[in-house]
Design a protein around this ligand. Structure first.
Ligand SMILES: C[S@@+](CC[C@H](N)C(=O)[O-])C[C@H]1O[C@@H](n2cnc3c(N)ncnc32)[C@H](O)[C@@H]1O
Length: 272
């Protein structure tokens, strides 16, 4: 996705982004932060921080440490600043491209990328930036929503898009974990690289109270193709009446897979 479109999507989402999938976002953030092995005094960088879901998990572990969040969306950053106004760590929030940011080399002990890689045209560039920012022995962790996309209902949506000739949204929905590992293993910056690369799969069922809440969440995450409003309205109407999507109690239940990539920054070539 182009940076202007990413910023536009999340500016428009505002507070709605987090509230549309609170449990999912918090679970992904908590698991990611767990893998960063943060200790008091650490310097933490959150690339694609949004309104600060990762920061909220990291904050109690940082003690006297520091935290910086980077995002393209002015509105998400405003929400983050408001959220951490009274925080003891006083995080700094910067509006810029996380894939080409102005932070100093080796200025962090840990870098998190929460649900951000699939928005990037060049996700490896984001991982490289994370590697560049991290001190030797520091940790990098990233989450992505994996396939099948939002369980049965999501897969049904992709099928309908296919049949009606609508290109899948630019955000890579079917993120392949092998690809994520490959990107991480090939990530080399000034003779340093990501080592001990691990990928874990977390699968949970999440539900939305009704079809509109589910559809709204997809829109707020930027998961619905743009520029095809009429056909998307028609797909939405069909799906809202489909009992393979909406359960008898009106809820939409989805088995969601989150892939969690984590690694340690090391020097030299681990293959020799
Ligand atoms: C799905 S939200 C995730 C927010 C937060 N990290 C979380 O875990 O909930 C993706 C965020 O990444 C930001 N983003 C995507 N690509 C970015 C980039 N290249 N540079 C900075 N921010 C980016 C978007 O603006 C958006 O706020």
């Amino acid at each position: 996705m182009r940076n202007e479109d990413i910023a536009g999507t999340f500016d428009a989402s505002g507070r709605g982004y987090e509230s549309s999938a609170l449990e999912l976002i918090n679970l992904a953030a908590a698991e990611l932060v767990e893998r960063l092995n943060l200790t008091s005094g650490d310097d933490f960088v959150d690339l694609g921080c949004g309104a600060g879901a990762l920061m909220a998990q990291a904050e109690p572990r940082l003690g006297q440490g520091s935290a910086v969040g980077i995002d393209l969306s002015r509105v998400q950053l405003e929400l983050a600043r408001e959220r951490f106004r009274l925080s003891p760590i006083q995080p700094r929030f910067v509006q810029e491209d996380a894939a080409a940011n102005g932070l100093r080399n080796r200025s962090a002990d840990a870098v998190g990328l929460g649900l951000v890689l699939p928005y990037a045209d060049r996700p490896q560039q984001l991982l490289k930036e994370a590697t560049r920012l991290t001190r030797l022995g520091g940790r990098v962790a990233a989450t992505v929503i994996g396939s099948p996309f939002f369980g049965g209902p999501g897969t049904r949506l992709l099928g309908l898009l296919e049949r009606r000739g609508v290109a899948w949204p630019e955000v890579e929905l079917q993120y392949d974990p092998r690809e994520a590992v490959r990107l991480a293993l090939l990530c080399e910056v000034e003779d340093r690289r990501l080592d001990d690369v691990t990928i874990e799969e977390i699968e949970r069922e999440f539900w939305w109270d009704d079809f509109d809440a589910w559809w709204r969440m997809l829109k707020l995450f930027g998961f619905l193709p743009q520029g095809r409003e009429r056909v998307m309205d028609s797909i939405g109407r069909d799906m809202s009446e489909d009992d393979r999507v909406v359960d008898a109690d009106g809820k939409v239940r989805c088995a969601v897979r989150i892939w969690l990539l984590s690694a340690t920054v090391r020097e030299g070539d681990p293959w020799v």
